[in-house]
Design a protein around this ligand. Structure first.
Ligand SMILES: NC(=O)c1ccc[n+]([C@@H]2O[C@H](COP(=O)([O-])OP(=O)(O)OC[C@H]3O[C@@H](n4cnc5c(N)ncnc54)[C@H](OP(=O)(O)O)[C@@H]3O)[C@@H](O)[C@H]2O)c1
Length: 323
């Protein structure tokens, strides 16, 4: 089958380690697994981290990239794949807290291929309202955004939330989800055109990256990291919370501990979401007529161009690859 693999790591030029072409068919680790025929995959920054060698070791290569997929199960049912692979022996509970959990493409081959092996329990019926392309955007960026706002951030109707960064997959999910939850949504971006686009997407206002806000906010959704961290803490009201899921621009900003304790701020980590939360997200999107915003769609043999688009940071919304 055709697949997109990482065959070497390059922290500076991650696309150098990409190989596109023929690859062995998926094998099933045990009889709880099945094969999904992939229809669409959405790219995530995770794919670039993998190409840079973050979260993977040389001895695991080649590894098929991709965490997100929609497609057909072995009986021809339309499905969405939940990307978090937990330990079935753990016996339930929040699988994102499973110390042995991994994401597709970390321990087991990922979704940027014609077929992918996944645990049967990770299959969720695809709602008919979504195209395969839209459905493929949900299991990583949209699920992460949903958990940040709900389970982890506990945002309440009427609160003001600041979303750091405009164009990425997480930000373009946070904005419509937060609006549908009844929040006032402010967004920052380095790019004037993107600041206009987020307002069209439903944001109440948009600001230049690092710009002083008209008033302090209840919560900040942070995925940018070092470039915005200090602004995130400065923008919070006393007792406010920052929910952080990523650090695209660097993971080690100054901690600013005095601000954290003096203003009694909460710093809350958030990663992916559970299968139950994916079900809730699908229902929430259906109830509020929400659908992921797609920046560009590429056919699988052009996945290198799709990854280049993601790496450029120029996009607005999800980059999708169709098999
Ligand atoms: N923990 C999890 O489960 C999880 C899940 C999904 C994603 N993530 C992580 O979250 C991060 C965001 O992911 P993504 O999918 O949304 O893709 P992304 O392509 O990394 O998004 C980049 C975003 O960051 C902003 N940005 C990038 N560099 C910046 C800089 N130097 N200064 C200011 N803003 C900057 C961009 O905003 P503008 O271009 O508008 O300025 C854009 O909105 C990634 O690091 C990813 O690994 C984690």
């Amino acid at each position: 089958m055709f697949a997109v693999t990482v065959t070497s790591f390059d922290a500076e030029r991650p696309l150098e380690g990409l190989t596109l072409g023929d690859h062995a068919e998926p094998t099933l680790p045990d009889d709880g697994w099945t094969v999904v025929t992939v229809k669409a995959t959405a790219l995530n920054h995770h794919d670039l981290w993998s190409l840079k060698g973050v979260g993977l070791h040389e001895e695991q290569l080649p590894m098929i990239l991709g965490t997100d997929a929609s497609g057909l199960d072995e009986d021809g049912n339309e499905v969405v794949v939940h990307a978090v692979i937990g330990d079935p022996a753990r016996g339930g509970g929040d699988e994102t807290f499973d110390p042995k959990r991994s994401l597709l493409s970390e321990k087991y081959d990922g979704t940027l291929a014609e077929r992918v092996a996944v645990p049967r329990r990770n299959l969720v019926p695809k709602p008919g309202a979504f195209s395969f392309e839209q459905a493929a955007c949900l299991p990583t960026a949209w699920l992460t955004a949903f958990r940040m706002l709900t389970t982890r951030g506990q945002l309440q109707r009427g609160e003001t939330v600041l979303v750091q960064g405009a164009g990425g997959g997480v930000s373009t999910a946070l904005i419509p989800l937060a609006k549908a939850m009844g929040l006032r949504v402010w967004v920052t971006s380095r790019d004037a055109a993107k600041r206009e686009q987020v307002v069209q997407l439903g944001a109440d206002d948009a600001f230049d990256t690092g710009e002083r806000l008209p008033e302090r906010v209840d919560a900040v959704m942070e995925s940018v990291g070092a470039a915005t961290w200090s602004h995130s803490l400065k923008s919070l009201r006393p007792g406010g919370r920052v929910v952080v899921c990523g650090s695209t621009s660097g993971a080690n900003p100054p901690a600013d501990l005095a601000r954290v304790f003096f203003l009694q701020l909460s710093v809350i980590g958030s990663t992916m979401g559970t299968r139950d939360e994916l079900d809730q997200l699908l229902q929430f999107c259906a109830d509020h007529s929400l659908a992921p915003l797609i920046d560009h769609t590429y056919p699988l043999p052009e996945a290198d161009q799709a990854l280049a688009r993601l790496a450029s940071g120029e996009g607005f919304g999800k980059v999708v690859v169709t098999a």
